[in-house]
Design a protein around this ligand. Structure first.
Ligand SMILES: Cc1cc2nc3c(=O)[nH]c(=O)nc-3n(C[C@H](O)[C@H](O)[C@H](O)COP(=O)(O)OP(=O)(O)OC[C@H]3O[C@@H](n4cnc5c(N)ncnc54)[C@H](O)[C@@H]3O)c2cc1C
Length: 488
């Protein structure tokens, strides 16, 4: 099956094949024997999409989800003030699969909260309005970099000097030349020590640990999306694409709930898979509650941060085993606040802030209707881990204290709504995958390869896409692989 086949074409072509080859009939035989054709671990976008596609082909699926809700890293906190999205929210206008499934399921999309508001900057607790940044004495960047806002420095280098042309360039053998750490690559680009310091503050982790090839993939994909966007100096790709993006009406959870609803009783919540045992006749999945299920094939649609806790027999081997065991995951620790009064109107400075302190991004969110009330405070990776050691309310207290210190106009205006850490979320254990510099090529070739009767999906197995669309892409790919085996 063509790996890059579009979802519509996949569905149309595969449905025709299923009818002519009798997949539906064979699936029925499996059901009669009490086993599913395909067990899918995880009801995030990847697992749900794989299940929907396989069901359309006539296969009988069961989706085992550890949590009490579907959606994984799509999470709308309906119980919080103004019900913010804590995970995937912005839907690119070129997310073909997400747009398609939303239309098919009648899920509304529209303009949403604009989180890329203009920023002011805080260096060592001292506030610099955006307009003063190029001439501020706190700006210790090189002459060539001085006019670049701190939060767009990484984008400046990776976007403008990205050697990869096209969304699939990172998969080509020539990309091996960029299987380097961000530290090494920025050094080769002549980035100043201060630029590297500010980028490290943004990332919350040593630049030696970050793969530049993974960033180039995102930048190359964003470049494709941006072909129709006008240039905007001082804004990176995501700031330019952000305001154009769509959001699910009522929050992203409405989309994953609709996908789960379409699967009906195929989705089983509260079923944490602990083990997958495979033999010549099929797979047996063992759940934490003692349930055992049989299926002919299994798709593990969970991040490697949790897959490494599932016992797989026969065990994974070589580079694939290494990728599952070692793939690093970034953390994002969030504190959500309500601004009871618009502190930014009191001091006339940009409401959102980038800081080189423990709270990296303080984002004043502008809702689709123009309301400005929510403030999300984000810390990343190692900085986030330090914050996560505190109870949630204390994280909120420290975030408010930091903002009031940096921004006297904010005193008494902020109220704690809630805190969430993606690393502490037991079935995510991280925000997004990273790749180990020097291992990207080896892992790329190994990590999505089917192992016995086990196939893999999830945004970390992206090929051409990013974010939610990458999760959908990976689910489609795994469904295609399994469909071929069911038909064979
Ligand atoms: C903070 C944040 C912001 C983001 N913003 C955007 C954005 O604006 N736009 C965008 O396109 N993308 C965004 N993303 C990315 C997007 O949300 C993800 O790419 C996508 O949701 C991942 O889907 P997935 O199916 O691969 O994984 P997940 O959503 O993680 O799904 C995995 C599922 O497996 C379940 N599970 C785990 N362990 C087990 C087990 N042992 N047994 C059974 N089930 C298990 C989990 O509970 C979960 O439901 C964001 C992500 C985060 C975290």
């Amino acid at each position: 099956m063509d790996r890059n086949i579009s979802r519509r074409r996949f569905v149309a072509a595969s449905s025709a094949a299923a009818v002519s080859l009798g997949l539906g009939r064979r699936a029925g035989a499996a059901t009669a024997a009490g086993a599913a054709d395909v067990a899918i671990i995880g009801a995030g976008l990847a697992g749900l999409n794989a299940a929907l596609l396989l069901e359309e082909l006539g296969a009988r699926t069961v989706v085992l989800e550890a949590s009490s809700r579907p959606g994984g890293r799509c999470l709308t906190r309906d119980d919080w003030y103004r019900h913010p999205d804590l995970g995937g929210a912005q839907i690119g206008r070129d997310y073909a699969r997400v747009l398609d499934i939303a239309a098919r399921l009648g899920v509304g999309l529209g303009p949403g909260a604009h989180v890329n508001a203009p920023y002011s900057f805080v260096i060592g607790d001292r506030l610099v309005p955006a307009g003063q940044w190029p001439t501020s004495p706190l700006n210790r960047l090189s002459d060539a970099e001085r006019s670049i806002p701190p939060h767009t420095l990484l984008g400046h280098y990776v976007e403008e000097r990205n050697p990869l042309q096209g969304a699939d360039a990172w998969l080509q053998p020539a990309a091996a030349a960029y299987d380097l750490s961000l530290a090494e690559w920025l050094g080769r680009q002549g980035a100043s020590p201060e630029a590297r310091r500010l980028i490290q503050e943004s990332q919350g982790v040593a630049l030696e640990k970050l793969s530049v090839l993974r960033m180039m993939q995102e930048a190359a994909r964003a470049r494709v999306a941006m072909t129709a966007q006008p240039a905007a100096p001082g804004k990176d790709a995501y700031q330019r694409i952000g305001p154009q993006s769509l959001h699910v009406v009522g929050g992203t959870s409405r989309l994953t709930e609709a996908m789960a609803r379409a699967l009906g009783d195929r989705v089983r919540l509260g079923m944490r898979v602990d083990a997958v045992d495979m033999d010549a006749s099929g797979c047996e999945l063992r759940c934490a509650d003692g349930t055992r299920l049989r299926a002919r094939y299994t798709i593990a649609a969970v991040p490697f941060s949790v897959l490494r806790r599932i016992r797989i027999s026969p065990a994974l081997q070589g580079d694939q085993a290494e990728a599952v065991a070692r793939m690093p995951y970034g953390n994002q620790s969030q504190v959500w606040l309500r601004a009871k009064e618009p502190y930014w109107e009191k001091d006339g400075i940009e409401a959102s802030m980038w800081t080189d302190g423990p709270f990296t991004l303080i984002r004043q969110q502008i809702e689709a209707d123009g309301t400005r009330e929510l403030v999300s405070v984000l810390s990343f990776s190692d900085k986030a881990r330090r914050l996560d050691a505190l109870p949630e309310a204390e994280r909120g207290r420290q975030a408010i204290a930091a903002i009031e210190r940096m921004r006297p106009a904010a005193r008494g205006t902020l109220e704690f709504i809630g805190a969430h850490s993606w690393e502490l979320a037991p079935f995510s254990r991280g925000c997004s995958f990273q790749l180990v510099p020097g291992r990207v090529r080896a892992w790329q070739q190994a990590m999505a390869r089917p192992h016995e009767r086990l196939h893999f999906a999830g945004e970390h197995l992206r090929r051409l896409e990013i974010g939610m669309e990458a999760a959908m892409e990976s689910g489609e790919h795994a469904a295609g692989e399994v469909a071929q085996r069911l038909l064979g």
